[in-house]
Ligand binder design. Sequence first.
Ligand code: ZN
Length: 470
Amino acid sequence: MYDLILKNARIPQGDDTVVTNILVKDGKISGFTQELDGIEAKEVMDVEGHLTLPGCIDSHVHINDPGFTHRENFLTGTSAAASGGITTVIDMPCCSVPSVRSVEQLENKLNAIKDKAIVDYAMWGGVTGEDVREGWLHNVKEQADYGVVAFKVYMTPSVPTYPRVTDPEMLEAFKAVAETGLPIGIHAENFDMCDFYVKKFEEEGRMDGPAWAEARMPLAEKVAIELGISFAEATGARLHIVHMSTGIGAKLVGEAKKRGLDVTAETCPHYLTLNYKDAMSKFKQFAKIAPPLRTEKDNEELWEGLQNGSVDFIATDHAPYEIATEKDAEGMNIWTAFPGIPGVETMVPIIISEGYNKGRLSLSRLVEVLSTSPAKHYGLYPKKGAMFIGSDADFTVIDLDKEWTIDKDKMYTKSKYTPFHGYKLKGKPVKTIVRGKLVYDDENGIVGQEGYGEFIKRQSIQKLDKAIKY
Ligand SMILES: [Zn+2]
């Protein structure tokens, strides 16, 4: 007796598909069959030949719980994830009180969120300039042993409780993380350049939206990535560029891979589809993020990088802020509004619509960038990111033909704004299944239970294939 038969699932086989029935028991995939005669299950769910992917992963979210729950909490954040076809989120260490830089702080956070999550979650570990200065780097190994999947450092300031690193502090952090074998993700923007040009533009009286992107220029990302690559080469650390926004970044990461270095990168849906002039003129601070939106040329170069493997996978940098106090308070302007946008619920549909349906990504590459590659990179594979017998029964079911328009007011995130408001898409996740349980359905909305989502510790240490397919 099985728990679930997922009937008529169209599953990927390389760049092709096959329609089959997936058998689920105890939250795991226990078989595939073309013949259902004589097979019994407590539940049969017919997905009518829709494309069924291994559960999609957003490996870069800031859910802000505990401490900043006026922006988002683990219930609203993971509901947003479920509605966007995401079955596992990986949460950043910086946006909670306290921030997560030790096992004690990590356990504090896990305790605060354990009864809220709808989907599964893994955790980034933290290391900051303060940890280097205070001699707290022993916390790196302790967090790694506990099961975090990677470590995050900021070259530019983010939240006051998570201090940025200076260049030598970043080198010390690289050395400590290299010993764990885990990736070190860097927010790659040169601090002095961003600081200098933001102040200069502000003093010159620029108050238009695009001014933010012109002040935090692509060159600030380029030199930061170059420094990160140099440090990775010197220390053997596995460098990961989070939310990479520029075409030149894709080129640098691709070249580093060809030299045999363990350098990886993610980009986000907004860097693939929006350009700063249009989106920041229209949405102003509601399109303000760091690093900023770039140009149409960057969009296309990042798509190319994603298909050829110099960019490894997609994540969102989901970072909602409260509109009334942090985005659009009285007197707030492009310089004083907080940088960050929600994204966890729009990632999969945008990549399906603008990537796969428009021919920019093959089916096999689509599966990698949304699921398999982040699962491998963060040591969750093949529990997550795979459709093997024994893998968790996490599925994202997609209606490839459904045409719809993103509407900020219909989003599940607590902070209802997005520079994708009004964006027309073809393709939508219609069912999200976590360990054999339906958590989101296009007709009924969120049907998952609060607290169903589990904390997933890193299972293994796995590296991505460095081969670039040109
Ligand atoms: Zn982020």
